[in-house]
Design a protein around this ligand. Sequence first.
Ligand code: FAD
Length: 690
Amino acid sequence: MNISYLLLFVLSNCNFTYSFIIAPQIVKNRHISTESISSNRYPLFIKDKSTFTGIKAELDEWNENLDDKNVDDGSNNNKDDEVELKSAALEWAKEQAKELEEMDEEQEEGKEEIDRKKYVVIGGGWAGWGAVKALCQSEMNAEVILLDALPDPTGSQPYVSKSGKPVEAGTRGFWKDYPNIYALCDELNLNENEIFTPYTNSSFYSPDGLEATAPVFSEAKLPFDLPSFLPESVTSSLTDNAFPMLPSPLGQVIATFPLFERIPLSDRASMIGLLLATIDCLGNAQDEKVTEGYDKMTAHELFIKFNLSSRLVNDFIKPTLLVGLFKPPEELSALVVMELLYYYALAHQDSFDVRWIKNGTVADSLISPLANTLIDDYSSSLQVLGGSFVKTISIDHIDDKKMNMKASKILYTTATRHNNKDGSIDTIINEHTIDDIDGIILSVGCKGMRSIVSSSPDLARLPTFANAASLQGIDVISVRLWLDTKVHTRTPANVFSRFDSLRGAGGTFFMLDQFQEGYEDALWGDSDVQGSVVACDFYNAGSVINLSDDDIVDILMNELLPSAVPKFADAKVVDSWVGKYPGTVSWFSPGSYALRPPLEGAGNDILPNIKCAGDWVKMGEREHGAKGLCQERAFVSGIEAANSLLQSTTDDESYKMIDVLPVRDDEIQFQLAVQANNAVMKYLPRFWVR
Ligand SMILES: Cc1cc2nc3c(=O)[nH]c(=O)nc-3n(C[C@H](O)[C@H](O)[C@H](O)COP(=O)(O)OP(=O)(O)OC[C@H]3O[C@@H](n4cnc5c(N)ncnc54)[C@H](O)[C@@H]3O)c2cc1C
């Protein structure tokens, strides 16, 4: 076969344009450069894969014939030309075959691209990172985008005061029953003992002095020496007078007996009424009617109905609630108060044991290793966009019945600073959109929800989001004080109780130099280490938040701290930082249960592709044992929201759900008490709730 003819044949199979332009050149030049049909032009001319398969088959056949011919006659006629032509054609064919394969791959990739889901997580706190982790690790063909208003949601850039010292919005404790956060440490190869302090005692101070010290229950000592007549088999199991693991709450009562320095025993005993109510409430957690009934009641009413002594409430329970749920009992849902009591005290004797970050902050000790591991492991599918403030979420396919809708577009803004010639700075707001979204996880708190729903008319039409956006948040203030001298305190974690200068707020102070002993350098940034570093938080801080920073520091240094521990009066403030966070923390107000966002968002029939995560989210069937304002709950809700989103947005079942670890089983006496209560409540009307 004549090579020109062959090539014309080949090219005529491609398409007319190609033949028309190239063929004359080919006819003239028997040596065809492969560049003249360079690969980057290939997609322009070849539309049909079968054409190329045909070309390749023709070339293969021709090649075989040519080989046969060369072998048959052994002649050298035009051999060079033939070899040259043969190799040029074959080269070309090979090139085309390779390109064909590449095209196949590209098509495959294109298909994957089409099949690829696009998930957006809004909010990069514990809930958001839980969601990102679960989406990335699901092995789903998905692009995951995390948007957060904070400049660096990865926790890698430390937040510092104006003078360059590290600061943090609130000092956060890690309680014993945070199984998923501890499992995360293992997964990230973080040694828990290097991340967290040992479990610590906490002290309660009032204007009268020390009120009580909460022990580390798992390390508590018996408050008396063991009698000598006891057999060795008993005493040997209680080495060093170690406290036996008695059923909760009996264990706590005995362990705390010597520690409540002022509250009389009769007042402490009145707690029993609250225990009974909690057994009833938590034992019927599946019953929405019971849950909502307790939620409509204030904790204050509950305490009256169940005869708690006002001394116990004022001196111990109220300050505890102010620092645990950040509001006094008269402004809290009885339901959530009992959930807190159950989770931190009733279900297990040692549930109240708490530890703290040993070096640095939650952001740099835990969030940053998690974020960086995910960013490394999923570099091609995960994008983290800090400084991105989400404004509007838009919904497609809105129909009158409001069924089967899909949120598909997000508008967010970023800010850039422009330095003007006159030295002034302009902030330029840039708008960006993300389209074709398959799923969204809203892991913002109440303030974030309010702001997004207020500029998203599509969401505002849905009662779920409108209700969530109607919930108010609690004001908090975080203060850090760097002192010129070390102040010794009885315990590193401390609660202020009943001080007038708190103005109705709750207050805590943490001795960071005691938590972070050995790492004091880091607490002082670039400055020389001097004395103690104290982190103080005010909760329910509405009446403190409008004071100037200096006034807040004065209240701490002149009134609160020296009243609790007189040695503070001798210390001078070397540096201070005050952070104010109005309306940011979830407020479990009476009646709020009905308004809190469900994890499933508006529901799978209505809007299956938006899920909600965060400590305030109702988890429904995915409810977890971790309760209240709690990092574990936020983290778990994020993982579960991602699991739910995957389930709602794909038919492909090859993805992996990320398991959540439950809190350990309730102690047996709590389970028995629930059974006994439920048996009685079959016959007794629950007249105290409506
Ligand atoms: C002072 C204080 C002390 C605490 N102490 C403890 C403790 O001792 N132990 C404990 O377990 N828990 C404690 N908590 C509670 C715990 O910190 C929270 O439960 C948990 O951090 C909530 O996580 P989250 O992811 O739900 O919300 P957040 O951490 O609030 O994350 C929400 C994120 O959404 C972002 N966002 C909001 N709106 C938008 C928007 N429009 N666009 C983009 N991004 C947006 C925010 O920037 C934020 O990063 C404390 C909280 C505070 C405030």
